[in-house]
Design a protein around this ligand. Sequence first.
Ligand code: NAG
Ligand code: NAG
Ligand code: NAG
Length: 329
Amino acid sequence: MKALALTVSLLVFLYCVCATPLVTEKDEFGFKTWMSEHNRRYSVDEYYQRLQIFTENKRRVDQHNAGNHKFRMGLNQFADMTFAEFKKKYLLTEPQNCSATKGNHVSSNGPYPDSIDWRKKGNYVTHVKNQGSCGSCWTFSTTGCLESVTAIATGKLLLLAEQQLVDCAGAFNNHGCNGGLPSQAFEYIKYSKGIMTEDDYPYTARDGPCKYNPQHAAAFVRDVVNITLYDEMGMVDAVARFNPVSFAYEVTNDFMFYTGGVYSSTKCHNTTDKVNHAVLAVGYAEENDTPYWIVKNSWGTSWGIDGYFYIERGKNMCGLAACSSYPVV
Ligand SMILES: *[C@@H]1O[C@H](CO)[C@@H](O)[C@H](O)[C@H]1NC(C)=O
Ligand SMILES: *[C@@H]1O[C@H](CO)[C@@H](O)[C@H](O)[C@H]1NC(C)=O
Ligand SMILES: *[C@@H]1O[C@H](CO)[C@@H](O)[C@H](O)[C@H]1NC(C)=O
């Protein structure tokens, strides 16, 4: 019995030694610099655990950047987290019902401009927000899209209440901090006859009781338009002719450290059952023969390119054409 216990603990010990990277003095210095840049403090135990994770992430980022890729990675605010931790805190944790096999967006035959960027066409896109530790990306994708569509229609750029969607949109297959979908959130706003402003219904990054007051509704949805499953040209059509478009896709562990360039990956899947994050396409362009989407994220302005990212266009990359939609106001 004793011998067995000894063998087991020896095996565990060996496993830990082999599975964790060797931390050099330079790594630790880098970690301390990162800690002070990001205002992190840990208990002694946690310090060593986070140092290990940081070093593993650093190896992966360095290896990626040494290779031939269209995008770069960096040690951003997520550098002390494993992907499993990241997923649990920030992403949609269960498969969503995005399967508009027959959407109601009607495409024209083009032609389309080579590039479009709604941020440059007028005062149509609000600042990049931060969802915090809550799987509420779908609410930010929804408000971002409705803010833009409303501004294009009325000339007024409002900040709309994610928290109302977190707290109140449950009857439409949404689950607050545990996930949801923009198309289902637009349906909720249409049904509930409006959405309040962020000032009137502040964001808390936590599930709470519904406090929606229709008398304070500031923006409205007349209809919801879904783009047909995997019809990425339908997304181009909608963004070129009408407004920014909400979409969902699969985030994998290389995406969390994106710092620039055109993201493309062989790690992610292109099917509806894997999408775990919702964002907002505010335009598209092309660089060195690689077409891409210009996308607004909700992880704050210090992530990516001032809070934005580019992702390859035309290949249903990471399932980005699996569930896209926009409201009509
Ligand atoms: C998908 O739809 C079904 C049927 O409406 C529902 O029971 C289920 O909870 C939905 N899944 C999610 C993740 O919302
Ligand atoms: C659009 O998607 C929503 C949510 O999945 C769904 O409730 C609605 O019926 C769809 N609309 C159309 C016209 O298919
Ligand atoms: C998904 O990727 C596979 C392999 O590249 C491809 O054959 C398939 O057409 C793609 N499906 C969709 C819906 O994009």
